[in-house]
Write a protein that binds this ligand. Sequence first.
Ligand code: GDP
Length: 328
Amino acid sequence: MSLQALREGQPAQRRRALAKAITLLESSRPEHRAQADALLTAALPFSGGAVRVGLSGVPGVGKSSFVESLGLHLVGQGLKVAVLAVDPSSSVSGGSILGDKTRMEKLAIEPNAFIRPSPSRGTLGGVASHTREVMRLCEAAGFDVVLVETVGVGQSEVAVAGMTDCFALLQLPNAGDDLQALKKGVMELADLIFINKADLDPKAAMRARAQIVSSLRLHNQAHGAQGLPEVLQGSAVSGEGVAEFWAAVHRHKTQQGQAGQFDARRHAQDLEWLQERIEEGLHQAFATHPAVAAQWPQLKDEVHAGRLAASTAARTLLNEFLGVKTHG
Ligand code: GDP
């Protein structure tokens, strides 16, 4: 698998090459890992050029409809759009909230669009499993926009907000839900809020918008109006508000750039990426270490029975892992 295959040739061939490269990234076989690392290293100098947008919201709010609408708007402007879906449900239920339905049929057939659901692997780290890496490959393959979609069911929003330039939250024109999100602190992550389905009840959407704006002001009094997310409304189905959404993404990017925050955010995200992968690697090495694996079940029982402090059990296992000789 070469970088050239991602960057040269017909769009259809390049999309196939990108899909293959992602499969390579997601493989856990050591020889594939080495190939994937080589590919990433080659891709890195050509990455970073896309606008990275995160998108979240409760199931049914209209995420896939919105991504399709926005994606079509962007390809209509001659931009190349990659859509990556981060699906935290697939690890829990074995099923998938995002992946099971037929999604984005119109966008999927656009030559300048690429859609990839990413199954997550087990842990929360798995939520973002390989999305950061996949994003780099998409950028090296020439995509101008990377949209990362996730379901608003907990910490997946944190993961996606932590890997994008602009994190947008989709809301229903329903005040109760908005307060819910505020309580959870999810709105604090948002750079942009879009009240979807405004076509169903434009007045309710306006009320919701006013309410969200005032709640945001209230919660952010210390920071003043600056830095508050823009709140927009519209409809993924009619397309109303989608162009405005994209304009707001650009405004946010420009403001961040002017404040020197754009590069700072990306640098911080790169360091988080490093940290995440180290922790992931350590966890895996620990869990699969033969001496650790041999003693773990028994120590768990001891902790469970109250015969051993969890901290002591942990130290015993860590000593095994590190090969530290204990006395006595
Ligand atoms: P997701 O679960 O957040 O990805 O939501 P979907 O995009 O699958 O949308 C859920 C349902 O809401 C579908 O039946 C969509 O057709 C509908 N829907 C999405 N956006 C809008 C909108 O702006 N207006 C209206 N009236 N329906 C919408």
